[in-house]
Design a protein around this ligand. Structure first.
Ligand SMILES: [Zn+2]
Length: 236
């Protein structure tokens, strides 16, 4: 009875009739639907739904590199702990902390806009890698790069897939270099970072099977990959 006082909703439950011939089952009621219980089903019914963002396909796409995708999501959400954000915290203001300059170029402030990719160091990296995905005329600016990618977002062409992969890898290695300088006092020049980006993307491509099309042949020869075609039509 005390349960019914605490949770009046229990009064609405109709009288329970147990069937001893049936096994117990765990179910989840979502509105009027009664479904088999699953963690994913429960999460889907209790989560807060935000409107879908127009950049989702640039972050999460099939055969993305998950740790790169997660960093892209953090950048889109402006969630990286850059110095400009830290200095807005109360304790930083109270202690009158000084803005640390960007550790990649030593000439500007450490912020999302600067790191991706207006910083001299980051733009040098971008300029070294962008030709590999036919983005040679795209300026080293986040908005310019994202606008370009958005225009090809629905495309299933292998070349457009590799563009998304390359932008994510470039962002990832620049952020990694920034952290290595901050935490490990280790510095590498832009061409070493660019090589790391290209090697990572190339390894990813080596592990994939593509449809044998003109677009793919041109792409793979640009990345110096021989073969790599799917035998059936399951590839791109
Ligand atoms: Zn910089």
């Amino acid at each position: 009875m005390s349960w019914r006082d605490l949770f009046p909703v229990l009064n609405q439950i109709q009288q329970v009739s147990l069937d001893p011939n049936k096994n117990d089952r765990l179910l989840w009621k979502d509105g009027i639907d009664l479904d088999e219980f699953s963690c994913s089903g429960v999460w889907d019914s209790v989560r807060v739904r935000e409107p879908e963002v127009d950049w989702m396909g640039l972050v999460w796409f099939s055969h993305c590199i998950p740790r790169h995708a997660f960093l892209m999501w953090l950048i889109f959400r402006r969630k990286l702990l850059t110095q400009d954000k830290i200095l807005k915290w109360d304790f930083a203001r109270r202690r009158n902390m000084n803005m640390m300059c960007c550790l990649l170029c030593y000439a500007n402030v450490d912020s999302h806009t600067h790191l991706f990719f207006e910083c001299k160091f980051s733009s040098d990296v971008w300029i070294l890698v962008r030709d590999k995905v036919d983005m040679g005329d795209v300026d080293p600016k986040w908005n310019a790069i994202i606008d370009w990618l958005k225009r090809q977002m629905q495309s299933k062409l292998a070349t457009d897939y590799v563009s998304r992969l390359l932008v994510a890898a470039t962002s990832y290695f620049i952020w990694q270099e920034r952290n290595a300088r901050l935490l490990k006092n280790q510095t590498r020049p832009p061409d070493t970072i660019a090589t790391a980006v290209l090697t990572t993307v190339r390894y990813k491509l080596l592990g994939m099977k593509f449809k044998d099309t003109d677009n793919v042949r041109r792409l793979l020869s640009k990345w110096e990959i021989h073969g790599g075609y799917a035998e059936d039509d399951g590839g791109r």
